[in-house]
Design a protein around this ligand. Sequence first.
Ligand code: CA
Length: 231
Amino acid sequence: MKLLLLVVLVWTASDEASAGGIMMSITFLLLLIIGTSNAQYKNVALQGRPTQSSNAGWLSTGQNAIDGNTDSLYLHGSCFSTNFELSPWWRLDLLKSYKISHILITNRGDCCETFINGAEILIGDSLANNGNNNPRCASVSSIGLGGTGTFQCNDMKGQYVNIGLPGRLGFLTFCEVQVFVSSKNIPTNNNPAQGSANANANANANANVNVNIYSRAKQQPKGQKGGSSRK
Ligand code: CA
């Protein structure tokens, strides 16, 4: 829609312009296209190192949750699952501390839709209790079968992202976790393509998902839950 509006504006200007004006309009349009194509958020999960409380088998390693593939069919080998156990958890070491904008979790699509319900997303720099004592970004109420939920963390800072089911006996299973950091919060040497970042727009630039907004733990009483889903 934004691009369409720009085209209309340029067309109007060009219609009344001289040849020089037309060239200026084309140049203006190209600059705008280049400007709007800059990524505003980067998925830093892809470079992280996962650890988990247990691993259900060779098809369900923790690495499958950050392989860049949101395929939600377990037998395709891109999902993660723990064993059936008490308080299962999965942790991602981002290798350094980031201000995390939002996190996407893709749920299992072949079964087990409700297994993710009640999962807590934690962010912090502590490894105490395997990172499961870090502050909470959000709780998952539900994500549709094979859907992707978006959880706003509002620049919570941390090197570790935990997803777990504290106090619950069950499987923890999902197919992809994406951890997005605003390009303005990524050092230039890691992001040579950094351009004009706009933190107020395009929160879903990298995934076509429905969004429910979650509050940070500091703004959300313990126990309050939210959720989103897409099928
Ligand atoms: Ca995956």
